[in-house]
Design a protein around this ligand. Structure first.
Ligand SMILES: Cc1cc2nc3c(=O)[nH]c(=O)nc-3n(C[C@H](O)[C@H](O)[C@H](O)COP(=O)(O)OP(=O)(O)OC[C@H]3O[C@@H](n4cnc5c(N)ncnc54)[C@H](O)[C@@H]3O)c2cc1C
Length: 421
């Protein structure tokens, strides 16, 4: 238990992934006394590579130097149609991004260990760690509010139990290829062409290739599945990637890095009555229709940071009262509504076979850019989102319309939840 001498921090952040550092930076920026608990050092390299549309970063006033790569030539292939996105895409320089956030966290106190339990008192919460994590080798850290940012399956935050979790899975290779898989300086968001597969394989859930020129003769090619329950296995993705490359007469000559990507897309929202707050994967913030989350964390971090700082101004506020204000900032009614609409979209897509999926995406990316980019970044109002979805329905060919109507039968409850939120 906490000894008398142990301080009570304003906030304790659990985790040092992007979510942990983004929210810790927001809280430190506001002059709060922040502690952090994670099993690794805050400077330990992040394992994943993160991409983002460049204008999203610009609209957030984040320096473009945080990007390691920036592509202007961005395309997708949906069956026989080619889509020029006319929009720039970038990959974060993850070391610079992490350093940038850590600089903003200069006043934070770092503890190394695993959070195992939490107890809420009237004035603060006490988190128990797996071993000695403080200077006096204590195993507890106290704070007025705890923010769980420990990833998609969080250490402390609670959410309803759920069957049929859908995962985005991908198998990728960074390396040298016998000939370039993409044009010089090109980025391919989705290559859904599938002529290299047998008829039987084309009856299976479709997968697409995500490809980029990283410069100096290095490319990244990743066979990706949007979201399926259960997840598509890595061996299947690897086999499909090899077949796709072979059909184009391309061999892998040198594998510099293999990426195994697997994360949940449709996890239930956290329990918003709990006396702590969750952020990032722990708060189900992955965009259910795309899998992207970093932009959302950068956009919503300041709102959450401001709400926590404001709630802490009341020195009598309990963890529950502070958490309530945090949850309201993070998951207000509009966001909840949109979340259920996105989940409806995801469920519809998961039921689409190859041809229908291609028709869907070529129609989606033919919407005005403000509509498709706002949909992907979650920056539309509910009204605008409904407008974009109706516009999509109006433009789509009949097979897509029929698929969407069929989904209303199967997943209409999500539309109802969007109305009732
Ligand atoms: C391979 C891959 C590629 C991805 N690419 C993109 C992309 O391009 N763009 C995008 O927007 N999203 C992407 N995502 C999705 C999402 O953004 C990531 O999953 C992101 O890493 C989630 O961030 P997070 O900080 O919530 O969780 P994590 O990155 O998982 O970090 C969790 C942190 O909590 C710590 N922790 C865990 N348990 C405990 C505990 N008990 N006590 C204390 N600390 C604990 C961990 O050590 C870690 O520091 C990708 C995901 C993967 C897997």
């Amino acid at each position: 238990m906490a000894s008398e001498a142990q301080p009570i921090f304003d906030a304790l952040v659990i985790g040092v992934g992007p979510a942990g550092l983004i929210i810790a930076a927001e809280l430190c920026d506001r002059g709060l006394n922040v502690a952090n608990l994670a099993p690794t050092a805050a400077t330990a390299p992040w394992p994943n590579t993160y991409g983002i549309w460049v204008d999203e970063l610009g609209s957030l006033n984040f320096p473009e130097e945080l990007l390691e790569h920036h592509w202007r030539n961005c395309v997708s292939y949906f069956g026989t149609s080619t889509t020029q996105h006319q929009r720039d895409y970038g990959l974060f320089d993850k070391a610079k991004f992490q350093k940038y956030l850590l600089q903003r966290c200069a006043t934070a106190t770092w503890h190394q260990g695993k959070a195992e339990g939490i107890q809420h008192l009237d004035s603060h919460s006490i988190v128990t760690a797996d071993s000695g994590v403080t200077a006096d080798n204590g195993t507890t850290i106290s704070a007025r509010i705890v923010i769980d940012a420990s990833g998609h399956f969080p250490a402390l935050s609670q959410r309803p139990k759920q069957a049929n979790v859908a995962y985005q899975a991908a198998y990728g290779v960074v390396g040298k290829f016998s000939k370039p898989p993409v044009e010089p300086g090109q980025f391919v968001l989705m290559d859904f062409r599938a002529e290299h597969l047998t008829d039987a394989e084309r009856q299976q859930p479709p997968t697409f290739s995500y490809e980029m020129d990283l410069g100096n003769g290095i490319h990244f090619v990743e066979e990706t599945s949007l979201a399926y329950a259960p997840a598509i296995e890595f061996d299947v993705l690897k086999g499909r990637m090899e077949k796709r490359l072979a059909a184009r007469g391309i061999e892998i000559q040198e594998e510099q890095h293999i990426e195994h990507c697997l994360f949940p897309m449709n996890l239930a929202l956290p329990d918003r009555g709990q006396s702590l707050i969750a952020f990032g994967g722990a708060s189900s913030m992955v965009h259910p229709a795309s899998g992207y989350m970093v932009g959302a964390m950068l956009r919503r971090g300041p709102e959450l940071g401001a709400a926590i700082a404001k709630a802490l101004q009341d020195s009598d506020a309990s963890p529950q009262a502070i958490a309530r204000q945090g949850w309201e900032a993070l998951w207000d009614r509009d966001r909840l509504r949109k979340h259920y609409l996105y989940l409806f979209g995801l469920n519809a897509l998961m039921g689409f076979e190859e041809e229908r999926l291609n028709h869907h995406f070529s129609t989606f990316f033919s919407l005005p850019q403000s509509a498709w980019s706002g949909f992907l970044a979650d920056t539309l109002t509910t009204q605008e989102l409904v407008g974009a979805m109706v516009g999509m329905f109006g433009k789509a060919p009949n097979d897509v319309r029929w698929g969407l109507m069929r989904s209303v039968g199967g997943y209409g409850d999500l539309l109802w939840q969007a109305v009732a939120a």
